[in-house]
Design a protein around this ligand. Sequence first.
Ligand SMILES: [Zn+2]
Length: 790
Amino acid sequence: MEVASYDLLMDIAFEQLKFKATLKIKLQSEQDVILNSVGLEILHVSSGRGTHRFIQKGEDLMVETGPFDGVLEVEYEGSVPDSLAGIYRAPYDQTHIITTHFEAAQARRMFPCVDQPDAKAEFKLAVRIDKDLDAISNMPVDAVTTEGEKKLVTFRKTPRMSTYLLYLGVGKFDVRAGKVGMTDLLLATTRGKTGLGGFAQEEARMGIQYFNAYYGIQYALPKLHLVGVPEFAQGAMENWGAITFRELLLLVDSNTSTAIKRRVSQAVCHELAHQWFGDLVTMKWWDDIWLNESFATFMAYKALDSIHPEWEVWRNFFNGEPRVETLAGSMGKDCLKGTHPIQVSVNTPDEIEQIFDAISYGKGAHVLQMIEAFIGDIAFREGVRSYLLSHAYANATGNDLWSALEDASGKKVKMIMSRWIQQPGYPVLTVSLRDGKLNLRQERFLISGESEKVTWPIPVIFELNGERKSILMETDEVTVEVDQLRSLKVNPNRTGFYSVHYRDLDTIIWNSDLSPYDKWGILFDSFQFLVSGKITFTQYLQILERFNEENELLPMEEVSDQLALLYTFVPSKIEQISRKFHSTLLKVLQDKTDENSSILRGTVAGRLAAVDADYASKLAESFREYEKVSPDMKLAVAQAYARSTGDYEGLRIAYDKSSSDEDKLRILAAMVAFTEEALLQRAFDFVLSGEVKRQDVIGILGPAAANPRARGLAWNWLHSNIGTLQDMYHGTGRLPEVLFSAIPILGVGRVREVENFFRDHRMPDCEAGISAGLERLRAHDRLVENIMRT
Ligand SMILES: [Zn+2]
């Protein structure tokens, strides 16, 4: 079936949250036409040949057309639910906007269509709405005609594009105009908020300039909207010409923390990167979704590094937020048997929504970085440009990209990439010195401690006695002649997607000139080796001790993260170590004035307050003048206040007074930092009271998991409300990701109970996340047993 165009007219009753629509689809089909359609009431289907009979079955609308070539007209009705996918209502201040989110397979909730990425078509959209409302779509408005109390807004026809990238927003918007070259760059928010979008709009201006130059192709549409959506399950979405954002990642005020400002820029650049890579050229099918996501992830970092070199954003590529993009996050998933290859076969919407994860985003991005390091950045850019040019307004596969990169570089990209994207997991390289030879041996790394004899073609880079060498390691073992080994670094700066296990080479390694990235790699691997049983808890603590005098932010942050995780599992064993480490670290950070230190200082203060009652009560004093606390310290102050005062009412008042999403999230995080069960329970009840944005409900599990006293209650809350949460996030792909992160922490100490619950309560739209989460949970549980025995 070939669709050429959709011509859609929607008559929208804004207050009643209903619509009536007429859709004309120009298409060609060898047999009966089958369209995707969910939740719509189809009234009438006709064509030049008269009326057609139809039936609705599952998510399909089957029309008895026989072989067909022409325009099919469908009349139908629908409603606008309080969901977070498809066409839905996003409430704010006692009113709402109507908005859409279609990725992956939700466009069918607004109009019958061939809802798959390779069925690209032109879209001509028109909406009849109340006179005082505005409408935003992918293309600029072509014409507005007043019809009594209503008006008809017609948009210009789009170029050929995929259904999941279509956008429609209806409501009372304020718009702030802007321009980059010939492109209108427009910020749209609910009334009165455009003043907060200047930062994002400026980031977008610089981002578009960067991508225009990098890709060598000008942004394709006449305008680009940045739309702030009051209820939004994702961070942002790359609808072509109308990028949507949750307000947290678009609106910045004097209270916004440095970390969130960075995430605003990151989200802007990520979605901008998609305007070419994903929107102009789209994957053929969802099994190549990683092409979209890993590429946009990698490109966002490149753009940010060029726009704000002082931010040192590559640090965040290793460890930071969002975790699915980082090396830590992707290796943390890829060390499980329940991981999946980067390129994975998926068919149903349930399956598709579960692969928007650390493998599709992070692992893919890091493998791209590895390939770029292997072929050089100029050849990489040339390959990308020719790929985009050859497939513009059409679809492509991973293979098309490898061919382009191979042509541009003359190197074996296809062979290397096909293995890295089709083989699940990643290798650990064991490095040892034997009979005057350096021995490198690879096998798959599994967090369970099991080993698997699989090999990858690894472009290994190493520095031997200060001299840089590279080999393409295609077998399980290689040896390198070495006269006298004085210093050694394997996988310098961690550009390769593999771990390194040095055997009896301690003095040599620590003698080498280690960058912050190298040190981070050693720390990250050590933690993984601890969990998998490759090293003991005592050995692990010895490694941590080397970082007592550390001065670089990336390794300091990693140690802090690891101690925070261990603290929630075994507080009695970690409390003292954590107190010592975090109080020293806080002193190191005290006098630093750069933004990166300021971000870490906030995190460290919060973690110190968790293990040091005196410090917590001192820090809590600032809560009296909370508005004056610096944005990077606010979360720590609120959490310290909760711990040392137990003042639930005080936090509730602060929640109501908070005007921004970030402020509300800080107070919610503080509410799960209480030490008393009764107070924690009130916090969990509050989250589902209707006063917290739907998009933020599930986010409570993150901060709750960090509090050893809240873990059990958080698990109770999760399993007792699982049905509500499933309904709330249906179609968004958020729940499997959250379950994957929450289960391994909340479940420690109650593995059986958690396993039994998920065995009895099947969730087809979360299965992959649950089984991977359970696997990591079992590893954590073994770790806790080992530590307790030490
Ligand atoms: Zn993306």
